[in-house]
Design a protein around this ligand. Structure first.
Ligand SMILES: Cc1cc2nc3c(=O)[nH]c(=O)nc-3n(C[C@H](O)[C@H](O)[C@H](O)COP(=O)(O)OP(=O)(O)OC[C@H]3O[C@@H](n4cnc5c(N)ncnc54)[C@H](O)[C@@H]3O)c2cc1C
Length: 462
């Protein structure tokens, strides 16, 4: 039996960084990865999708070139092979850099295999048994398929298989109107596909406030994406002349959608079903997520769970923060907790949605006296100059403490500007500090002090 001080299972957005910190601290460490170093974010999540989003935005701007007085001199042609090649190049650079960095780290052994617990802190890889004083689980998750009748009779794409596509789907049907589904929907519409989104809820991105859902839908509809909401009883099967045929009930009306490709974006499930967790004494919840406390300790002694698999975050930055918390507690004598985290994320449609803290619904539920300010992007000079005036900015402030409670910035650069509010929240200072700051002209951020200057009491729900 091979013994290590520490074993990290899975090389997502926490595992590699934690493994390097442990190894550099002198602990004999093994990092076990069954597929690609870097996990979802690098290989079939954030990096490739945002690379494709960038290509799609160029196509979109080229189509709008005449609005800016630019003649592109002929019809637009998107070369999907070249789009994929660009994406593959950028992904490969990231994987190579990460792999090199890990390989160059003394005290760190890289093992390419599926890992499975055989007992408390004993792990089987390729028939060999490894043992460690401490085990860290960072195995992430994978795409769920829609629970539609007949789903097994048709080819279904996921975020992973989409990465191999180098031809344009004639008509892409996206099952799921949330973050991943909408990013793919807009991207492929801009590449030139017909796109239909099917969503079981009565609106898109259901965790956002209704006005955000409405505005995102309106933006995407203006680009020609079709939506079926409140969909129940979908039945799917092969189309008569090929492709995929879906019979569905959308809000009480029977509909039929026939497309060339179907993408599943209805959610994710944790990779815990073949990990032998019961033998290690690691408990999961009913959906398979590993139960952890605020320091990410599992129910088994000396076993931690980081990243999407602990159900406490579903983003690269939350997974990375998990590693910072665990490393600080183990190596720096700190007492950090993931409860310190201010929720923040973005939807990378165009314009993007930058979100931090509470939504309006959460502010109302909290019952605290709140102030609110909203600004349509048509009021923002920089947005008008750039010809991108869709969306709005909305911010909530606690009327008593003057602390920013949350914001939804659905606007150009919303994914960047939101950090000025996030940093104020992290600094735990009054909103008046930003309201009095002098921002650079002409930028979108310049209007954040103006927005905060227009705060008024949050009225009763409309
Ligand atoms: C399409 C898409 C777009 C996304 N876009 C964004 C975005 O823009 N911003 C953002 O913050 N987040 C985004 N995410 C989410 C983000 O990718 C994840 O939150 C992030 O990768 C963190 O994952 P993780 O660290 O939990 O593990 P993962 O990245 O999922 O990695 C887990 C690793 O563990 C390995 N593994 C699993 N089981 C075993 C085993 N038994 N033995 C050995 N190895 C194993 C897997 O092969 C994998 O490499 C996106 C996700 C998707 C799917």
């Amino acid at each position: 039996m091979l013994s290590y001080h520490a074993i990290v299972i899975g090389s997502g957005q926490a595992g590699p960084f934690l493994a390097v910190r442990l190894a550099r601290a002198g602990l004999r460490t093994a990092l076990i990865e069954r597929e690609h170093f870097g996990g979802t974010c690098v290989n079939d999540g954030c990096i490739p999708t945002k690379t494709l989003v960038a290509s799609a935005r160029v196509a979109h701007l080229m189509r709008r070139a005449a609005d800016y007085g630019v003649d592109i001199g002929g019809p637009l042609r998107v070369d999907m092979k070249a789009v994929k090649a660009r994406k593959d190049r950028i992904v490969a650079q990231s994987v190579e850099k990460l792999t090199q960095w890990l390989s160059d780290t003394p005290n760190l052994t890289l093992i390419r295999s599926h890992a499975r617990f055989t007992g408390p802190r004993t792990i089987e890889v390729d028939g060999a048994t490894l043992r460690a004083d401490k085990v860290f689980i960072n195995v992430g998750g994978r795409a769920l398929l829609p629970a539609w009748h007949g789903i097994e009779t048709v080819p279904v794409l996921t975020n992973t298989s989409m990465m191999q596509l180098d031809a344009l789907p004639e008509h892409l049907i996206v099952a799921g109107g949330s973050y991943i589904g909408l990013e793919f929907a807009q991207m492929y519409r801009r590449f030139g596909s017909r796109v239909t989104v099917i969503e079981s809820a009565d609106r898109l991105i259901g965790r956002e406030d209704r006005e955000v859902s409405r505005e995102v839908q309106a933006i995407l509809e203006r680009e020609g994406i079709q939506f079926h909401l409140s969909v129940h009883c979908a039945k799917v099967g092969p189309g008569e002349g090929g492709g995929i045929r879906i019979a569905l009930n959308a809000g009480g009306s029977a509909r039929e959608v026939v497309g060339s490709h179907l993408l599943a974006a209805v959610g994710r499930r944790p990779n815990t079903d073949d990990l032998g967790l019961a033998r290690a004494g690691v408990m999961t919840d009913a959906r398979g997520y590993i139960q952890v406390d605020d320091a990410l300790r599992t129910t088994a002694p000396c076993v931690w769970a980081l990243g999407d698999v602990n159900g406490r975050g579903a983003f690269t930055h939350t997974s990375y923060h998990d590693h910072q918390v665990v490393a600080a507690n183990l190596l720096d004598g700190a007492r950090r907790s993931i409860a310190e985290r201010i929720p923040a994320y973005a939807l990378f449609t165009d314009p993007p949605l930058g979100r931090v803290g509470m939504s309006e619904a959460e502010v109302r539920t909290s019952g605290r006296p709140a102030l609110v300010a909203t600004m349509p992007m048509t009021r923002v000079g920089r947005a008008r100059e750039r010809g991108e005036t869709q969306g709005f900015m909305k911010v909530f402030v606690d009327a008593r403490t003057e602390r920013i409670l949350g914001a939804a910035l659905l606007c150009i650069e919303g994914d960047e500007i939101v950090h000025s509010l996030l940093d104020m929240m992290a600094a735990d200072v009054s909103y008046k500090v930003v309201a009095r700051a002098v921002h650079i002209h002409p930028t979108v951020s310049e209007l954040i002090p103006t927005l905060l200057g227009e705060l008024a009491p949050l009225g009763a729900e409309a």
